[in-house]
Design a protein around this ligand. Structure first.
Ligand code: ZN
Ligand code: MN
Length: 258
C-alpha cells in the first residue's frame, strides 16, 4: 500500500495498522533534546535534525517515523555545554528510559518488529540502550522474541572524506561540535529561517580537564554556549552532511532489516 506520510502520527489508525501489523515496516524513532545551541540557533536543533534524517531514510526504505522524543537526558558540559544553561530542559535518566521503553513496547504490541533509534543528542546514548534492553526483556516475557533494534547517532556516518571537506583547518571532535559547524551547517541547509548567523559567536574551542566535577564550573563553558565556533558553517557543508549520513543510514538499515 502507499502511505500518505512517513510520519506515523499523520496516518489514520486503519492505515497505520495495515502498515505495521505484519512486522515488516521499520519504525524509526528520532530522539533529541531541548537544549541551548548557542546564540544563533533555537533550542530544538537536536529534535529537528534526527527527525529529518529519519524522514529521508524512511521514504527511501519504506519505513515509518515515530513522533520524536523532544526532551532528552541532561546536557553534559563537555558535549552539550552543561545542564545549568538557560533553555536547556532535560529529563532524569530513568524518566527517559521508562518513556522510551513504554513506546517500544507499544509499537511492538501493534506489530512492529524492526526499530531504529535515530539519536540526535549525544547524552541520550546509554539511556536509549537501557530502554531497549528493558523493552526486549519484557517483550520476551510476553513471548515476543523477534524484535530487532538498530541504534545510531547520525554524525557517526560522517566519513573521513566528508570530515576533510568540512574541517579543512582540523576536526575538533564530535564532542566539541555542539552548536558548531556540523549542526549549524545542517540547520542552514534545512531551516535557514531558524539560524541567526549574524549572532553566531566565534568561540575558541572549549578545553576541559580530563575529569568531571559536579556541580559543574559554569565558567568552563564558553559564554555563548557552543563548544566550538559555528563561523565556518555553510549551506554546502549541510548538503554534504545530509547526503553522507542519509546514504550511510539507508545502507545500514538495508543490511540489518533486509
Ligand atoms: Zn545538538
Ligand atoms: Mn545535544
Amino acid at each position: 500500500m502507499t502511505l500518505h506520510s512517513a510520519f506515523a502520527s499523520e496516518l489514520t489508525w486503519p492505515d497505520y495498522a495495515a502498515a505495521v501489523q505484519d512486522g515488516s515496516t521499520p519504525m524509526l524513532i528520532p530522539l533529541g533534546s531541548m537544549e541551548q545551541h548557542g546564540c544563533h540557533m533555537p533550542l530544538h536543533v537536536d529534535v529537528l535534525l534526527p527527525t529529518e534524517f529519519a524522514r529521508r531514510v524512511a521514504s527511501e526504505i519504506g519505513a515509518l517515523v515515530a513522533p520524536a522524543f523532544t526532551y532528552g537526558y541532561k546536557s553534559q558540559q563537555k558535549c552539550g555545554g552543561g545542564n545549568h544553561m538557560p533553555g536547556t530542559t532535560s529529563l532524569d535518566g530513568m524518566t527517559l528510559v521508562n518513556a522510551l521503553k513504554d513506546v517500544i513496547k507499544e509499537f511492538a504490541r501493534h506489530g512492529v518488529r524492526k526499530f531504529c533509534m535515530v539519536n540526535g543528542h549525544f547524552e541520550n546514548s546509554w539511556f536509549i540502550v537501557e530502554a531497549i534492553d528493558l523493552a526486549l526483556r519484557e517483550l520476551r516475557w510476553d513471548g515476543i522474541t523477534d524484535v530487532k533494534v538498530v541504534v545510531l547517532s547520525y554524525w557517526d556516518f560522517v566519513d573521513q572524506e566528508a570530515i576533510t571537506k568540512l574541517y579543512p583547518d582540523g576536526f575538533p571532535g564530535w564532542d566539541l561540535e555542539h552548536g558548531g559547524v556540523l549542526e549549524t551547517s545542517l540547520m542552514l541547509a534545512l531551516h535557514p529561517e531558524l539560524v541567526h548567523l549574524d549572532r553566531a559567536v566565534d568561540v575558541v574551542p572549549a578545553s576541559f580537564p580530563p575529569y568531571d566535577v559536579y556541580p559543574v564550573k559554569p565558567e568552563l563553558t564558553p559564554a555563548a554556549g557552543t563548544l566550538s565556533s559555528p563561523k565556518e558553517a555553510s549551506v554546502e557543508k549541510g548538503h554534504i552532511l545530509l547526503e553522507v549520513c542519509t546514504r550511510g543510514i539507508v545502507a545500514a538499515l538495508r543490511a540489518e532489516f533486509g
